[in-house]
Design a protein around this ligand. Structure first.
Ligand code: FES
Length: 368
């Protein structure tokens, strides 16, 4: 097992160095606008995960295993590697798909995952940019430790290397798939490949700012190694294109310590969601908003009610299951857009605010 662990750590390091060298060679690293804190979080996140968090989870699982289930140790050692490897990898990646998706749909997890999406540029290192607690709770790291305890250490080591190759490759600015879409034969082969594994185009779309560019969907493409989960659970978007604007719709600039150590360290900016005691307020009111729109232009209507730029989305829905509505204006001129978020014809006002207001007033009176 010791050999297994060294083997995977060295190979993952090798993959990182390979993509780093490629990014240096094509000049992407030189053009990088990352500040020192961001580099520190990415490199520190990688070291903390590899040298501290992962070994501690493995030790914890071995301690529990030896204490309560000693008879189960090495149970899987007789399994054929070619059966054990897909068994380990598929369950691992399914767990990570739901964990990652939850990181976008539940507020607490979003706070731990958000720094990953603050990056305004892609890069080989950004997959290590999350809060430390995000990794501690990551179910597939615990799964990895369980399979290792059960005797599947070599399947784990091989699986980890294959998975990191896909993940680091899909975050890097070296988009290996880009030239393959241009040739008829390779484009045809890519139709099969992109339906199985996560390609750079597929994952870059997840890091784009919003759906407005017709390429990005930060609320889709949650897969890590395999794109099959997104296809199975309805979150896949295949465009084969790359966003021009990456990161969050409204840029934030908190210290890396709050990003990495949240909730132990909080942001000093009390408007930041990582600050102490910050509560998202609903900004929606009942009356519709009259707004000038341009025919043929696309807009993102806020459906969650939390945006500070009503009636449009500013990204505040992250950390919830409510998503903005993308629409194209059919005319130029003033339009009445719903602001109570109760319309049956989003984004347009259908008069629902009148009954909602009545209900609200009655509730308010009865509470009084
Ligand atoms: S802020 Fe995006 S849906 Fe409300």
């Amino acid at each position: 097992m010791k050999e297994g662990i060294s083997f995977d750590v060295y190979l993952v390091l090798g993959i990182l160095v390979f993509f780093a060298l490629m990014e240096i060679m094509v000049g992407h690293l030189k053009q990088s606008k990352r500040n020192k804190g961001e580099w520190f979080q990415e490199a520190g996140g990688f070291l903390a995960l590899s040298l501290l968090i992962k070994p501690m989870i493995v030790m914890a699982v071995f301690f529990i295993g030896h204490s309560f289930f000693p008879h189960l140790q090495q149970t899987l050692s007789s399994w054929n590697l070619w059966f054990l490897l897909p068994f380990y990898l598929l369950i691992d990646d399914l767990l990570q798909y739901w964990y990652h998706r939850s990181g976008h749909e539940y507020e607490f997890l979003w706070k731990l995952h958000r720094s990953h999406h603050q990056a305004e540029q892609m890069g080989f290192f950004i997959s290590y940019r999350n809060a430390g607690l995000y990794y501690v709770m990551m179910p597939n790291i615990w799964w990895l430790a369980i399979i290792t305890f059960l005797g599947g250490g070599y399947a784990v080591a091989i699986g980890l290397v294959a998975k990191q190759l896909v993940i680091i490759g899909s975050h890097s600015t070296i988009s290996w798939d880009k030239p393959l879409y241009k040739n008829k034969i390779t484009a045809l082969i890519m139709t099969i490949i992109e339906r199985i594994i996560v390609t750079p185009a597929f994952h870059h779309g997840h890091h784009g700012q919003s759906k407005l560019d017709g390429i990005s969907d930060p609320n889709g493409n949650f897969g890590n190694m395999f794109s099959i989960w997104d296809q199975l659970f309805g979150s896949a978007v295949f465009t084969r294109q790359f966003p021009t604007d990456y990161g969050l719709q409204v840029a934030t600039n908190e210290n890396w310590t709050a990003s990495y150590f949240y909730p132990l360290v909080k942001s000093k900016d009390n408007k930041n969601i990582l600050s102490k005691g910050f509560v998202k307020e609903k900004t929606s009111e009942f009356e519709p908003i009259q707004i000038e729109l341009t025919q043929g232009q696309k807009y993102l209507w806020c459906q969650c009610g939390k945006s500070k730029t009503q009636p449009f989305c500013d990204g505040s829905h992250h950390g919830s299951k409510v998503k903005p509505v993308l629409f194209e204006s059919k005319k130029t001129g003033k339009v009445s857009l719903c602001n109570c978020k109760g319309t049956k014809n989003p984004p347009y006002c259908d008069g629902s605010h009148k009954s909602l207001k009545k209900e609200f007033d009655m509730l308010f009176k009865s509470v009084d």
